[in-house]
Design a protein around this ligand. Structure first.
Ligand SMILES: [Zn+2]
Ligand SMILES: [Zn+2]
Length: 188
């Protein structure tokens, strides 16, 4: 696959620092190896595309994005390999860094910004750029299924033969010799 990689870090060179200004861009990214949950993950090294709209607001930059990616997973019941294309959306505010009296950037201070959720952490603009790796990762991980299924009615694996149990089509005679021995005992 030929991916013209743009990287997760977006410089704000094209966005004027005046509220209301807008800039749209598309990021072509290569998926890192560890983006996912136990049974589902973004296919490592696959192409991940993020359509991003950046908007200057009073104290920072508001990013609205739609991310498209390829998922590889395993059915939680029958372990069948699964694959599908998916997308996630997010809206994230990146704040301008606070500066002290000498104009130096202060990181990690107290902030007024609370996004409904008291646990949300403020993100900052660093070196006049936005780093999207963590936001994209968070958005995708939230959307991936914890228990992917090949089919909502998947019957899982047969405890006897280990084969996938298809609905209604798995009615085999138990061949285990220990059972045969028990059977013959019962007959005596
Ligand atoms: Zn299954
Ligand atoms: Zn079986």
């Amino acid at each position: 696959m030929n991916v013209e990689e743009s990287g997760f870090i977006v410089p704000l060179t094209h966005l004027q620092r005046r509220p209301g200004n807008m800039w749209e861009t598309e990021l072509a990214l290569r998926a890192p190896a560890d983006m996912g949950v136990a049974l589902a993950q973004v296919e490592p090294d696959s192409e991940l595309v993020a359509e991003v709209r950046l908007e200057s607001v009073l104290d920072g930059v508001l990013a609205t994005a739609s991310v498209h990616y390829q998922v590889i997973a395993e059915c939680a019941r029958c372990l069948e390999a699964l694959e599908w294309g998916d997308s996630s959306e997010f809206v994230e505010l990146f704040l301008y860094p606070e500066t002290d009296s000498r104009g130096r950037e202060i990181q990690g201070g107290d902030h007024e910004w609370v996004e409904g959720d008291s646990e949300s952490v403020a993100r900052f603009i660093e070196n006049d750029s936005l780093d999207f790796e963590e936001v994209i990762r968070d958005a995708i991980v939230l959307d991936l299924p914890l228990k992917p299924l090949c089919d909502p009615d998947c019957q899982g694996l047969c405890a006897t033969c280990g084969e996938k149990r298809d609905v209604g089509a798995h009615d085999h005679v138990v061949q285990d010799p220990r059972w045969a021995a028990l059977e013959s005992l019962r007959e005596e």
